[in-house]
Ligand binder design. Structure first.
Ligand code: HEC
Ligand code: HEC
Length: 332
């Protein structure tokens, strides 16, 4: 690491410690703005995020399933992949995903860079290979030149550069400025009385045992169905799918509740379409508590204050393919 990078990283760590200490009394802390290390890399990552040519069909981009006009999700129970394949699990939002302790419902990718290579080569998602993706980018001189500018290398594009750039873009997809954060930061008029009562209920009844931190989740793996089992036809077993251990059955990464008003349907199987029902289920299955209609309405009112400022940028214009660019294969 270069000295400047180390100094920047240290400064960011100290700033984030001070930031978190200031709000330590609350289980939820405000979202901080993005720390941008290289704007040029972010711009390149943004192009790749929107580029459907990284899929076999030439039709599916990251934005197809993590639509930044829709809270970073597809608002479908489970996603549609290559050749209209039905996905196995609900697509989590990419918003604030840089705050997650690990990526995916079962945490099988350590970070955003490790995650980003997955969907390109997943036969049920973008159905490409890393070699084909790299060949494709190398066939487009404007892309090659941009990679060279960003990474300072003379050679060709490689998959490590692709995932670095996508991760750098994803790190900018944080959503500060929600009404709840304004309230935390001292604007006592930012929340209505009902919303404040909802937050109190959320804290006092124990939702914050799992949904805490700046992302209001994303920090731990917990069992879905602590008090009573969750009834679902979905085959996902959570962390047990990786470890094979019985104790890890139905252990999922606690989802972030930031922007939850936009990220329906809910739960790993995407089977619940309303926040009212999701809160009712959480109360019963995680806490053994049956909320009244009025209590549910208050908690939902609070949850809706967690919607922050959505990513706001110009749509990237992608460099056109050349005569040498491999052709898309949308139908087989
Ligand atoms: C066909 C739909 C689809 C496409 C295309 C897709 N994803 Fe996903 N993404 C998903 C699904 C479904 C999951 C959850 C999978 C799991 O947890 O097993 C996921 C998980 C993630 C996560 C983890 C979020 C979390 O909270 O754990 C990130 C980050 C992500 N995708 C980013 C990307 C990027 C970057 C691309 C493009 C390179 C991409 N995705 C392409 C459907 C898709
Ligand atoms: C023991 C830990 C735990 C507690 C306590 C808990 N949750 Fe959850 N919550 C989870 C887990 C794990 C999931 C994901 C479950 C799944 O998808 O199968 C989840 C999912 C959710 C979701 C759906 C989010 C999404 O994007 O799919 C909402 C909304 C939610 N919880 C709200 C609450 C509320 C409100 C409370 C308090 C009544 C609460 N939770 C208490 C662990 C917990």
């Amino acid at each position: 690491m270069k000295l400047r990078t180390v100094v920047l990283a240290l400064a960011a760590a100290v700033a984030s410690l001070a930031w978190n200490a200031a709000f330590a009394a609350e289980p939820i802390q405000p979202i901080a703005g993005p720390v941008i290390k290289s704007q040029a890399m972010v711009e390149l990552g943004k192009k790749l995020y929107f580029d459907p040519r990284l899929s076999k069909s030439g039709f599916i981009s990251c934005n197809s399933c993590h639509n930044l006009s829709m809270g970073g999700t597809d608002n479908l129970a489970t996603s549609i992949g290559d050749r209209w394949q039905q996905g196995p699990i609900n697509a989590p939002t990419v918003l604030n995903s840089s705050l997650n302790v690990a990526q995916f419902w079962d945490g099988r990718a350590a970070d955003l860079k490790a995650q980003a290579g997955g969907p390109i080569a997943n036969p049920g998602e973008m159905a490409f290979t890393h070699e084909l993706a790299v060949d494709l980018l190398n066939s487009i001189p404007a892309y090659k030149a941009e990679f060279k500018r960003v990474f300072g290398t003379d050679g060709s594009v490689n998959i490590g550069m692709v995932t670095d750039a996508i991760a750098a873009f994803e790190e900018t997809l944080v959503t500060p400025g929600s009404r709840f954060d304004k309230w935390l930061l001292g604007d006592k008029h930012a929340l209505s009385a009902t919303e404040q009562e909802g937050y109190k209920l959320f804290k006092d009844s124990g939702c914050t045992a799992c949904h805490y931190g700046p992302a209001v989740g994303g920090s731990s793996f917990q069992k879905m169905g602590v008090v009573a089992a969750y009834d679902t036809p979905n085959k996902a077993q959570g962390v047990a799918g990786l470890t094979g251990k019985d104790a890890d059955r139905m252990m999922f990464k606690v989802p972030t509740l930031r922007n939850v008003d936009m990220t329906y349907p809910y739960f790993h199987d995407g089977s619940v379409w309303t926040l009212e029902e999701a809160v009712d289920i959480m109360g019963k299955l995680q806490l053994g508590r049956t909320y009244s209609k009025d209590e549910i309405a208050k908690i939902v009112a609070f949850l809706k204050t967690l919607t922050g400022k959505q990513p706001d940028f110009k749509l990237p214009v992608l460099p056109p393919s050349t005569n040498d660019t491999p052709k898309p294969k949308p139908f087989g």
